[in-house]
Design a binder for this molecule. Structure first.
Ligand code: PMP
Length: 353
């Protein structure tokens, strides 16, 4: 029965993340997590954390993480913003930067959280279909708009655009904020960070969840002009000034301080990506040229949905999106070599049936 207050409630349709489970022992290749543990320095920072200090609030400046990131990227600390995951950073960005009557533009195939935030915050938007080749079409972003956001590399397509594309996009959109969501950038050759000096309307978003093996810690960052970062801090200060806790600040700082481990993990994931692409192609899959820690694949003779269910029944989680244009594609996170071999052995058998 309809409750008397029902029509006063907000209607919210949440984002649907990749399936999580704790009660089944599965090979988890469905959420683009890193198969390797975080740096031993991170583990040590958490072990050594003085728990008695938890009676105090964390530093409002998110110190020392903000300073460490600023130094790492050669930016001023006033150009760095951090919060509890890049999802939260993005939510702050949507509230801070997309405040126009004109629609915000983003690709139809991209992070499915973007339309959720638009709906929640009342931001008008228009999704621009990617081409037949799944690439983002620059000309779609030329008409007047209220802002632009896109992941680069894109998810779930795994494809990346280079410096010419990004420079042209920014040149075409100088009167709005352009957000480049670089969740997967460490597995790709090019970052928009180097364009920050040139374009004051650019905001670059990063996460510790993928390349830094810290999805469980929830740490994300934004980089931009001092003016835009000050606005992000004002929005955060209007909502929850201390979104990153003291342990997360210490652990994330330790991660940035272990460059060798970070590079090693990325190289391992990239090497497994190369070999996984070859193995899948050998079985007849078409694999897009990934610049991420996942592969976006289809098979001309087998239903992606059926493969997804078969994998699931055999305790292998991969991602399937039941939506137009994606219904015969699968997104497979790069795991360890052993995890991928297990998947390939299963697929090999499945395709023979
Ligand atoms: N952006 C993109 C493109 C993503 O795929 C993800 C991961 N789901 C995120 C942002 C959010 O990552 P996190 O909240 O773990 O930092």
């Amino acid at each position: 029965m309809k409750k008397p207050w029902s029509d006063k409630l907000r209607q919210a349709v949440p984002y649907a993340p990749g399936e999580q489970t704790s009660d089944r022992d599965v090979i988890k290749l469905n959420a683009n997590e890193n198969p390797y543990p975080p740096s031993p320095k991170v583990v040590e920072a958490i072990r050594q954390f003085p728990a008695e200090k938890l009676c105090l609030y964390p530093r409002i400046t998110a110190s020392p993480l903000v300073e460490t990131l600023a130094e790492y990227h050669g930016l001023k600390k006033e150009q760095v913003f951090v919060a509890n995951s890049s999802d939260e950073v993005l939510a702050f960005c949507f509230q801070a930067f997309f405040h126009s009557q004109k629609p915000v533009f983003f690709p139809d195939l991209s992070y499915t959280f973007y339309p959720v935030w638009c709906d929640l915050f009342g931001v008008p938007y228009e999704q621009k279909p990617v081409g037949e080749d799944f690439r983002i079409r620059l000309s779609d972003y030329a008409p007047e708009n209220g802002g632009v956001i896109l992941p680069n590399p894109n998810a779930p397509t795994s494809l990346a655009e280079g410096p010419d594309f990004l420079r042209a996009l920014l040149q075409e959109n100088q009167d709005v904020i352009v957000i480049i969501d670089e969740a997967y950038v460490d597995f790709s050759p090019y970052s928009a960070l180097e364009l920050l000096d040139e374009f004051e309307n650019l905001v670059v978003i990063r996460t510790f969840s993928k390349s830094r093996s810290l999805a469980g810690l929830r740490v994300g960052a934004a980089y931009g002009s001092e003016e835009l970062i000050a606005l992000l801090n004002a929005v955060k200060g209007s909502y929850n000034p201390f979104t990153l806790d003291s342990i997360a600040l210490a652990a994330a700082t330790a991660s940035i301080q272990d460059e060798d481990y970070f590079r090693q993990c990325i190289e391992k994931v990239k090497a497994t990506r190369t070999r996984s692409q070859a193995a899948l192609e050998e079985m007849g899959f078409v694999v897009l040229p990934s610049q991420t820690n996942f592969l976006f694949v289809t098979h001309p003779d087998f239903s992606a949905e059926a493969i997804y269910h078969a994998c699931n029944d055999h305790d292998i989680f991969i991602r399937y999106f039941k939506q137009p244009r994606l219904e015969n594609y699968l997104r497979i996170t790069i795991g360890t070599d052993a995890q991928m071999d297990h998947l390939f052995a299963f697929l090999h058998e499945y395709l023979q049936r």
